[in-house]
Design a protein. Structure first.
Length: 592
């Protein structure tokens, strides 16, 4: 048990001391309350005996009745850290492992009408200090596992000294009977996530409670979460993917969440296989991950015992794993095809989202609506349009092809109830991120992502829902780094990456633009090779190299799209927790 930080936090020593006690059940209690908001109404209305959260490593499991009771108690204790003005609108930062404790902490902050600010335990103290200072968080919560890191953050000298609240493991002893819902009036709560900082310093994205609800409701309609779903959670929790897609939405639906983190390929395969090996485990019906996770799973599959392989194949077959989603980075075609082959026909669903908007565009549940290279259609409640980045002209439906027969590219702009409110304490960035079209229906958010839009035969017939109709969106890349302008032509880095990754010799690829006096920019590729296949296919006794790459791509890419330089890395391409590559950093490190 961590001792109170009496010397560090003299003004809050009592609160800090109390916070070190485990969260124990109250044997009986007078009437408790939760806010009358859709998420908490759903919590109360779910079957209270139904499983809400499981932690694979420890086998700890909790029902929805447990969850309601523990959220109430955590909220009541959190509110003791406030003053007479309460916690409404205050930023509450927290460090917690992927577990039931994380879920309770997140929901208790939302129930206090405060702004939940999840911190990544993997971040160094310097980055966390920046987030704490920028957000001006009033409270820093931590589980015992991260007590030391929380103390280090406070010792770093924050601009605003927070109340430090270190909590022991939650001990559940009752269900949530006798809980009433109360009206908040105008809610000031929500969640704040920080951008990855791939283009500039991370910004705090304020997602109000209403937008969180809208994001979850939209996914509920499109992806059909139900209480029968068991979601295997493999993701980091300081991103929208892991928090909204894989916690808030399944809880709104009454699904069960099973945490398995950190990611381990053998453990995941054995869990997927377990129900088909005479194990009593429930089958996993819902899996959402990043492309690198699927690649690592498939590369390790052959090392499994034969009986586990057979059971795992059943576990990921369409009749058992009803939905497998890939997101947060572009899905290479070979990865999608290999997973489909391994799973006896299960097709990965791609979608497009970002911190500021949650999920905005998605392919459909029907397999015919999961088109290779496409992210689908705007989700329910989301409006999307394409705007020519050079002329600022809106590309209207039917105008996607220019006079020369080429697909027109445009920046994706979005609006609707799912969009974030503001960049915290950054009025200039907020102002520059939106554009008003003057129709009185709200401003459009400029995503910075470029796409084309076209009709695909057989897809978009409404079989996945009324929202999944018409022309589909195809992401070309980020406006700043993935659209390479060379000799008057525009090249999608993602398109070139897809073709590189289709070559058996290439296991990883990142395509970037380098400065060129002659062409403005030139296309360059950073690759990691499959050593065995590269050695076997080289020419004249030499390993597979740039000339071999160009020969292989000659019939697949126009000459101006062909990488003019190729650098081979010995190790994996550096990526962040969500599998994304910081291309600006990569260019500096690889090309100087």
């Amino acid at each position: 048990m961590v001792m109170p930080l009496m010397s560090l936090l003299s003004r809050t020593s009592l609160r800090s001391s109390l916070a070190h006690r485990p969260l124990l059940a109250h044997s009986s209690r007078s009437l408790s309350t939760l806010p009358n908001l859709p998420l908490f109404r759903a919590l109360q209305n779910h079957d209270q005996s139904h499983l809400a959260v499981v932690h694979s490593a420890s086998s700890r499991s909790f029902t929805y009745g447990n969850l309601v009771a523990d959220v109430v108690r955590a909220k009541e204790r959190l509110e003791t850290t406030g003053d007479r003005n309460g916690l409404a609108g205050e930023r509450i930062a927290f460090l917690a492992e992927n577990s039931y404790d994380y879920v309770v902490t997140l929901l208790s902050i939302l129930a206090s009408d405060a702004i939940a600010l999840p911190l990544s335990p993997a971040f160094p103290v310097g980055e966390l200090k920046y987030i704490m200072d920028n957000s001006q968080a009033k409270v820093l919560l931590a589980t015992e596992k991260y007590a030391g890191k929380a103390q280090d953050i406070v010792k770093a000298g924050l601009d605003r000294e927070p109340v430090l609240d270190v909590r022991g493991k939650i001990v559940t002893g009752s269900n949530g009977e006798g809980v009433e819902l109360r009206d908040l009036g105008q809610s000031r709560g929500g969640m704040m996530l920080y951008t990855s900082g791939t283009t500039n310093r991370p910004k705090g994205v304020l997602i109000p409670q209403s937008a969180l609800t809208a994001q979850a409701t939209s996914l509920l309609e499109a992806w059909k979460y139900t209480p029968a779903d068991r979601l295997l959670h493999l993701l980091p929790l300081h991103h929208i993917h892991g928090t909204v897609n894989a916690i808030v939405t399944p809880i709104l639906a009454g699904s069960s969440i099973e945490f398995m983190f950190p990611f381990n390929t053998d453990a995941v395969w054995r869990r997927l296989a377990a129900p088909f090996l005479s194990d009593s485990s429930s089958k996993i019906t819902f899996l959402t991950a990043v492309p690198t996770v699927y690649n690592r799973l498939m590369s390790s599959f052959s090392a499994l015992p034969v009986d586990v392989q057979e059971a795992a194949r059943k576990g990921i077959a369409p009749e058992n794993l009803r939905l497998n989603i890939s997101g947060s980075a572009a899905l290479p075609t070979p990865t999608k095809k290999a997973w489909q082959d391994l799973s006896n026909g299960n097709v990965l669903l791609e979608r497009f989202g970002m911190t500021e908007v949650g999920m905005a565009i998605s392919c459909g549940l029907d397999f015919t609506d999961r088109v290779d290279g496409s992210v689908g259609w705007p989700l329910p409640g989301v409006e999307a349009r394409l705007v020519d980045p050079e002329t600022n002209e809106v590309i209207q439906p039917g105008e996607e092809v220019d006079a020369n027969g080429r697909q027109r590219e445009g920046e994706i702009q979005l609006r609707g109830s799912t969009i974030f409110q503001e960049y915290w304490a950054n009025e200039k960035a907020t102002r520059e991120a939106f554009v008003d079209c003057g129709d009185g229906r709200g401003k459009w958010f400029k995503t910075g992502d470029v796409a084309t839009r076209r009709t695909v035969d057989g897809a978009g017939q409404g079989t996945s829902g009324d929202w999944a109709q018409g022309p589909m969106y195809f992401i070309q890349g980020r406006l700043s780094v993935d659209i390479i302008k060379t000799g008057g032509e525009k090249v999608s880095a993602l398109e070139v990456e897809r073709e590189l990754l289709s070559l058996p010799q290439v296991s990883e690829a990142a395509v970037v633009g380098l400065p060129s006096e002659q062409w403005g920019q030139k296309v360059a590729a950073v690759v990691v090779l499959d050593a065995e296949k590269a050695a076997a296919t080289g020419r004249n006794g030499k390993p597979w190299g740039a000339l071999d790459m160009r020969r292989a791509l000659k019939d697949r890419l126009a000459s101006y799209k062909m990488p003019q330089e190729m650098k081979v890395l010995d190790g994996p391409i550096p990526r962040n927790a969500m599998g994304k590559v910081n291309k600006k950093t990569l260019v500096k490190e690889v090309f100087g």
